[in-house]
Design a protein around this ligand. Sequence first.
Ligand code: ADP
Ligand code: MG
Length: 453
Amino acid sequence: MSLKEYITNIVSKFELYYNIEQKTQSGGKLLGEGGYGCVISPPLKCNKPFFKIPYSIDEKYVSKIFEYDEEDEDVFNELKLGNKLINIDPYQKYFSPIINGCNFVKQKHPNIQYLISRPNYNSTSSSTKKTDKCSIFNDVEYLNLISKNAGIDFDVALRNKNPNIINFIRINYIHIFKHLCTAVELLHKNNILHRDIKTLNSMIDYKKERQKASITLIDFGLSVAMNKKFKFTDLYDLTYFGTDYYKPLEIIIVNCMLKVLKKNKYQEPIDFKKQVLKRVFDSYKYIAKDIEQDFYFTQNGFKYNGDILDKNIKSSNYQRYGNKNLINHLYNHLYKDFVNQKLFNNLTNSQDKHNFIYKWDVFSLGLMFAEIIVKAKINDEKAFELVNNMINPLYFNRYTIKQCLEDSFFKNRNVHNYSPSIESISKTKITKTKFINSTSKKTKKHNVFLQVI
Ligand SMILES: Nc1ncnc2c1ncn2[C@@H]1O[C@H](COP(=O)(O)OP(=O)(O)O)[C@@H](O)[C@H]1O
Ligand SMILES: [Mg+2]
């Protein structure tokens, strides 16, 4: 499907809205660069935005400039998911998705540099040096995708340079964990797997004056709407994408199983197990360096004792991936499901209570919590227990997101006594916009944006 067809499809019931307020572009800042594009604020103007949803050319919004390859249907993923998420979370309390967009048109912007050709990444010539500008290549097409400015990501926030934010996190970590678990629960309830939860994709917008912050998830580029029909051959891609470090072992094993099957035209070779385990160990080697920095994961799971971290833990103790017995055990478990033809259903059927694909997000979120605990120096036994239940390598024993929220970590604890607290990101946004029927926010909540898309 071409972009034009896609957009025509979604907006067919509605007239396209072209006359978004045109302000002159002033300033702009490169906020971040991910695997697929760069993010700048204020955003770039759209002369012909895809949707009616308004946005302003100021610091409240950002542009994600995204390489557009007509062949690749995934480029629409974030737009599609954005549509869904706006309905699920109209106040953008939990998510900061893409809300609008357009084809990227070359325009003057202080923080975009236009390059004629692709730099050679190994080259040291001055034109290819990393700058604080977003590099746009003349020979590549882009989309300009708009979302709310969600502040800074947790990767940046947890670096020691932000004592105010770290202090805020230290005081409010129970509330923050609850908010993030609720965000993921909301996704899972709506059959959406985020698939790329990590510090870089979790945002905090801290308002120092008011000592409040909003916390949201971003980057739904790899998210999957699970309530569709899958083919067996889709399983490979389903388990392939994501960020390796944040991927649980069972997903790595399933992906290696599928890689071997795919290579053998979906016939199981005699030495299947050997081939699969070799690939699992190869994948492990690839991420081993990152995992070895995880000195806070001990033989018995996650443990952090205030300021004291045991940095002398031997790598053979790493339960996360390196342990041969564990890998064998998990392989046998998954292989049994595969032979009994349950594996496909267990991964793709969003109604099936045995579906463990959603535990991928729980695992990633657990790793992120561990990082927050260590970097913000949080000393709380109950938090360690929660994390251990979230990152349990035995996925069948790992918590679901619902179980996380039911954990005693969140119970009977005076989270509301903590001031400052988190506030929702944009209560004002909805009421301000002229497109939205603001009569009864509570009852009409889920239809607020449907009317304008
Ligand atoms: N809405 C936003 N507000 C503020 N910063 C953002 C926003 N979206 C993304 N960023 C920053 O840009 C980085 C890359 O954006 P992301 O959407 O994750 O792109 P990618 O798909 O390439 O990973 C993020 O890690 C974050 O630092
Ligand atoms: Mg990202």
